[in-house]
Design a protein around this ligand. Structure first.
Ligand code: ADP
Ligand code: ASP
Ligand code: MG
Length: 410
């Protein structure tokens, strides 16, 4: 007997035909004693469509005082797919029950649209499994201490699935999606990207943070926390996918870099002409932190050494732009900035790999690949196992391919 958590993403359940196919596949693979929990996302683009609906009310629906209502709206997407999938199981004679995030005891903090899981008490899930039911759970959602719905950020169903697998002490956690594993770059952008047999939590987390949308970063953290191997595989084939785990077991570990990630959902904000004195950075970034806005790349550059004037430039998630602009405009007055500029036509391209530790020259090769493609670098940032460059969004595909060729052509 095995307890298995299987997660199916939006494209896997985009139509009722696909939902029926998912139910059929699960039943074909299920051994008689297996206990199965299925976590599902909203159908197809329905989360985007719900956001579009909200934009009909206000063009900027992610303003702070709308966020609770956004969660009330967005959680309906997953409620549709769990109900339909549970019905599909019943149609095939398999007892099943759909449960929302709050019904499975998924407790979150109250940071609407960016909630974090505080704990899971999946008593109800155990009870229903023990009755022989397949339990179909709404991904992406939990409830806070008031019982209000809270979503876990875009792509959050991955995190629901891995966290639930951890809380249930599941034997396996499978993430079914529209690609058959994790690749050395987004296979939609790089035609000769390579499929990985395995990748460590450490490297996958960095890839995910830097935009590899195949897994939500927090889901990888959860996998590592619970030490659950995560199998990323295709909904549409039976092939083995990629295992995300603590260490390499079958593949050679001597990679120069493990992959190229990109992120188009970024924006750049420049606070120009502030005085180069203590406390300015603190004022700007603590105001953003208070509004729950994550800041990514930060550059402070001296513009006028005589007048001791500096510019503060940083990037944030595009989704946060409206709220960040409001916060920064307010702070800009306080710090006497000469102006605030916003740029949306930017994207971030990154290389990732634990192999770059102690291997000088890797960053220079990345910059060389960009130079050969005649791509200008706006901002550079590094971590222990990654190097990222901010470039023009229109040059992103070329940049990713050029860098991938540099490191992955034999
Ligand atoms: P789901 O709806 O199943 O959660 P997502 O669209 O969130 O699916 O994630 C799958 C997508 O992730 C793929 O279609 C692919 O375009 C993208 N992706 C980005 N980077 C990678 C990568 N390195 N390897 C595989 N897929 C990637
Ligand atoms: N439906 C949510 C989204 O589109 C969650 C998910 O798919 O993981 O972001
Ligand atoms: Mg996803």
């Amino acid at each position: 007997m095995a307890l298995i958590v299987k997660k199916f993403g939006g494209s896997s359940v985009a139509t009722t035909e696909k939902i029926l196919a998912v139910a059929e596949r699960i039943l074909n693979e299920k051994k008689p004693d297996d206990k199965i929990v299925v976590v599902v996302s909203a159908m197809g683009d329905s989360t985007d469509n719900l956001i579009n609906l909200a934009e009909g009310i206000d063009r900027e629906p992610y303003k702070a005082n709308y966020l609770r209502e956004m969660d009330m709206l967005l959680t309906t997407g997953e409620q549709v797919s769990i109900a339909l999938l549970a019905m599909a199981f019943k149609k095939f004679g398999q007892p099943a029950i759909s449960l929302t995030g709050s019904m499975i005891g998924m407790r979150t903090n109250s940071v609407h649209t960016k909630g974090r899981i505080l704990g899971i008490k999946p008593q109800r899930v155990h009870e229903e499994l023990n009755k022989g039911q397949i339990v179909v759970v709404a991904g992406f959602q939990g409830a806070d201490k008031f019982g209000d719905p809270v979503t876990l950020g875009r792509g959050g169903s991955d995190t629901s699935a891995v966290a639930l697998a951890g809380a249930l002490h599941a034997d396996e956690c499978e993430i079914f999606t529209d690609v058959d594993g994790v690749y050395s770059a987004d296979p939609r952008i790089v035609k000769n990207a390579r499929k990985m047999k395995e990748i460590t939590y450490f490297e996958m987390l960095e890839m995910a943070r830097l935009g590899a949308g195949v897994m939500q970063p927090r889901s990888v953290e959860m996998g590592q926390y619970f030490n659950i191997p995560i199998h990323v595989r295709s909904t549409f084939t039976n092939d083995t996918g990629t295992i995300i785990r603590e260490d390499y077991t079958v593949e050679d570990k001597d990679f120069e870099i493990r992959g190229v990630a990109h992120d188009q959902k970024v924006a750049k904000i420049a606070v120009l002409g502030v005085s180069n004195t203590p406390g300015i950075a603190h004022t700007i970034f603590s105001a953003l932190a208070k509004a729950n806005i994550d800041v990514d790349m930060i550059v402070q550059s001296i513009r006028n050494i005589d007048k001791n004037i500096t510019d503060m430039v940083f990037t944030i998630a595009l989704e946060d732009l409206a709220e960040a602009k409001k916060v920064v405009d307010r702070v800009a007055e306080r710090v006497n900035a000469s102006s605030v500029l916003v740029e949306e036509d930017v994207a971030k391209v990154s290389i990732v790999g634990a192999g770059m530790l102690g291997s000088p020259g890797i960053a220079a090769r990345m910059f060389g690949a960009l130079a050969r493609a005649d791509i200008n670098i706006d901002i550079i940032s590094t971590s222990e196992i990654s190097v990222s460059c901010l470039i023009k969004a229109s040059q992103l595909t070329e940049a990713v391919n050029s860098i991938h060729d540099e490191f992955f052509s034999d």
